[in-house]
Ligand binder design. Sequence first.
Ligand SMILES: [Zn+2]
Length: 284
Amino acid sequence: MPEFVATRRIGDATVTVISDGTLEWRPRFAITEAERRRAMPDAAADGTVRLGLNAVHVRIRDASIMIDPGLDDPSSAWQRAFAQKWPGVARSPGLAAALERIGERPESVSHVVITHAHADHFAGVAFERNGSLAARFPRARHLIGLADWEGHPARADAESDHAARLGLIDDLGLLDPVEGAREVVPGVRLVPTPGESPGHLAVHVQTGGREFYYLGDLFRHPCEVEHLDWAPPNRDAVALEASRDRIIAEVAGRPALLVFTHAQFPAWGRIVRTASGGQRWEPA
Ligand SMILES: [Zn+2]
């Protein structure tokens, strides 16, 4: 079995990247064929690239923080339905197995951060038990950008993951929609980074002179670090580019350790300046 758990000590925090698997993605950027080939040498002939899918757990003092709990369990009915929509998904042993491996109990998770309301980032907040859904992290505050919750059209469809899974968390009184920046616990803050979705959040951990960022879908592939204006057609490209500019101003050329959800496991990286005045992703 390929490795799917990678832990590093960052200041006072223990940060673990958990791979939920990989999935196929066919970017639809408005670019030429030559640009596409140069920017995505990892792409198949039809333009498909294989992306990672990485959740992160942060243990800092007495806080246990789960960021983007990903997909439901590999053996779940949810996964069978998801595989119909995303045929290229390959699963790891999953989040529950990873938490057991690092000695973290779901009941002890104090906070769940959902960077944005796309199912591959949040479906794992719930799991199937005796034919119905239960909260995986029954004692955690679940933080999500207000604009990804309030008035979201998917909530009107009871069958949607949004309504069924985030709705369950809300019904249990565990959902905490966040407007603007927010400190989760001392040393951990949420950074509004709209674009991929209106309420998209990044997570910044600053401890003992070290820094870590979980960037969610601020970037999906390293080529977007070099081309800040590349975005899928159904995203808010102006907001996305502004969010990318803002985060790059904070991290580029600095030793901050970064992870974006769909980087290749183990996903650790930095953004470095290039001689031409741009920037690129570098595994770290
Ligand atoms: Zn995503």
